[in-house]
Design a protein around this ligand. Structure first.
Ligand SMILES: C[S@@+](CC[C@H](N)C(=O)[O-])C[C@H]1O[C@@H](n2cnc3c(N)ncnc32)[C@H](O)[C@@H]1O
Length: 205
């Protein structure tokens, strides 16, 4: 079976049901919180894809952001979220495949441990799909692991050079550097990214 078939919806659903969720830090993390805290406009449309238990969506909601969408193709984390944050609009909880999201909708997408959870074969597609779902000049912001891991399964690590190749055609790099405020277990192992969608893809010959 391919990596793609193994890491399907059933795989992730089972991990939530078995509480096998080591990635789940139980709170918003400092790099994403700092970014959110300086956003001037609380009406922007924000997507948290592969968002799991959705601590970023919860933080945004509690801080007055009104147009926030939490997307995951596993049902359990969305149900957990709904029980934990009952005032969050239920029609902003999207149980969908990220790769099927309708284009051109979002001002901002937040990334944390979604990219590294995908089969490596989907990485180029992820960059393209991020470009697609964002509005012109929309931003992709968050953290990516900055080292290779030896695990047979997720999280899959990676390198800055590899990421550059995926994202350069679609995004301007506003920030792409070692993260200085990672949570302790991830210190020195993350890149902080703020990428701005290009008006059109730019492929260098
Ligand atoms: C490692 S978890 C990270 C969850 C969350 N971002 C966090 O930091 O706690 C990866 C998440 O991506 C979801 N996922 C994986 N592939 C997906 C896809 N194609 N579409 C939507 N969600 C997906 C999984 O269900 C899982 O909740």
């Amino acid at each position: 079976m391919s990596e793609k078939d193994n890491l399907d919806q059933a795989y992730w659903e089972q991990r939530y049901r078995q509480n096998n969720t080591q990635w789940d830090v139980g709170d918003i993390t400092p790099p994403i919180k700092s970014y959110i805290d300086q956003l001037p406009d609380k009406r922007i449309k924000i997507l948290v894809p592969g968002g799991g238990n959705g601590y970023e969506a919860e933080y945004l909601h509690q801080n007055g952001f009104s147009n926030v969408f939490l997307l995951d193709f596993a049902a359990s984390p969305l149900a957990n979220f709904q029980a934990r944050v009952p005032s969050f609009p239920s029609d902003h909880l999207l149980q969908e495949d990220f790769f099927q999201v309708t284009p051109g909708q979002y001002d901002l997408v937040l990334e944390q441990t979604f990219f590294c959870a995908l089969p490596r074969g989907l990485r180029a597609h992820y960059a393209r799909q991020m470009y697609e779902v964002l509005k012109p000049q929309g931003k992709l912001v968050g953290v990516l692991f900055s080292e290779e891991f030896q695990n047979p399964g997720p999280p899959f690590g990676g390198t800055a050079m590899e990421y550059q190749a995926y994202f350069e055609p679609y995004f301007k790099f506003l920030h792409f550097e070692p993260c200085t405020n990672s949570i302790p277990p991830r210190q020195g192992r993350e890149l902080y990214i703020e990428l701005e969608r290009r008006p059109r893809p730019q492929f260098i010959a």
